[in-house]
Design a protein around this ligand. Structure first.
Ligand code: PEP
Ligand code: MN
Length: 352
């Protein structure tokens, strides 16, 4: 349920209403929007009569029920306003959300060695990326495939961060590694295979770094939003949703089916920022540019693109990785669409 306070409601009155509703056994969360203050109420609201809540204060404008099973993630919970995830990076604050320029995340699938990660970081930064991505802990289908260099790769990401000022996004696979990964990452990635790992979701929800939540390979949009709800419910409001393709019946030509229809669908259902990953979404470097362009045209807030200095030699996901040269050209191509929809320039406007 949400309680919409009238514009200009005195702060003390909002606090009093929140306190009173707290005494009713509800958990009120104050959300300050552009125009109004909203109190989100989570708890057992089934038997509550909205009119009874309305009586609590003459400053209450409206009491509305959130019909979806995902409450904090729902767009109604913020009274229709999109949220912005603000990430602190050495290069400044980066804003990710529907009212900001498109943010670009790029880098290799796995961190392989210092030279390649620092070189890739420099190249993607020069092209216009704000974040470097790179896996230290890799969720691989085969136990015999390269599993990532683990802790030592985190140190290499730190070197790349230091050299470029880019923010770092890297995956946390296991609750046991969370603190360590949190020391190096500016945003923690929860991968597709872990979207249903509720213990991990609760843990990342209880730590302070923003979380990038990838869609499970066969997850419905509702399951994905309920996974986000776990993180929000544990106290972390900074969640970005990343579409990375869903399992396809036709693997002959593409690794996954990139579901770009999530853009308008999520926009109507949730306030959370959206990222599109056309690299895992298609599995082929040659298809990435077209889908990246389409994602920007369809309103994505952010893109994640795999880039490797020598894709043919990559230890993971080489076939879907762009060379730094192709990435540089792609960002220029993207800028045409980004400008047309007034979500460019890049990268200055994303930094404040
Ligand atoms: C990745 O980002 O390299 C990755 C493993 O992604 P996903 O979880 O989407 O497969
Ligand atoms: Mn990958």
């Amino acid at each position: 349920m949400i309680v919409v306070m009238k514009a200009g409601s005195p702060e003390a009155e909002v606090t009093r209403v929140a306190q009173e509703l707290g005494e009713w056994g509800l958990i009120p969360e104050k959300i300050v929007g552009k125009h109004k203050v909203v109190l989100g109420l989570v708890g057992d609201t089934v038997d509550l009569d909205p009119l009874q809540i309305q009586e609590v204060s003459p400053w209450i404008e409206q009491v509305l029920r959130v019909e979806q099973p995902f409450k904090r993630a729902s767009r109604e919970y913020r009274h229709g306003e999109g949220s912005t995830v603000v990430v602190s990076t050495p290069g400044g604050l980066v804003h990710i959300g529907e009212n900001h320029p498109v943010v670009i995340v790029a880098g290799p699938c796995s961190v392989e060695n210092e030279e390649m990660i620092v070189e890739t970081a420099r190249r993607v930064k020069a092209a216009g990326a704000q974040f470097l991505r790179g896996g230290a802990y890799k969720p691989r289908t085969s136990p015999y495939a390269f599993q990532g260099h683990g802790e030592s790769a985190l140190g290499l990401l730190a070197a790349a961060r230091e050299a470029t000022g880019l923010g770092i996004i890297t995956e946390v696979m296991d609750t046991a590694d969370m603190e360590k990964v949190g020391e190096f990452a500016d945003v923690l990635q929860v991968g597709a295979r872990n979207m249903h790992n509720f213990s991990l979701l609760k843990k990342v929800g209880a730590q302070p770094k923003p979380v990038l939540l990838k869609r499970g390979m066969s997850a419905t949009i509702e399951e994905w939003l309920m996974a986000a709800e776990y993180i929000l419910a544990a106290g972390n409001p900074n969640v970005i949703l990343c579409e990375r393709g869903i399992r396809t019946f036709d693997r002959q030509y593409a690794r996954n089916t990139l579901d770009l229809s999530v853009l308008p669908v999520l926009r109507s259902l949730t306030h959370l920022p959206i990222m599109i990953d056309p690299s895992h979404g298609t599995g082929r470097a040659e298809y990435v540019p077209a889908m990246a362009m389409a994602a920007i045209a369809a309103g994505t807030d952010s893109l994640m693109i795999e880039v490797h200095p020598n894709p043919a030699k990559a230890l993971s996901d080489g076939p879907q990785s762009l060379t730094p040269e192709r990435f540089d050209r792609l960002v220029k191509e993207l800028s045409v669409i980004g400008k047309a929809i007034e979500r460019w320039p890049q990268p200055e406007a994303a930094l404040a």
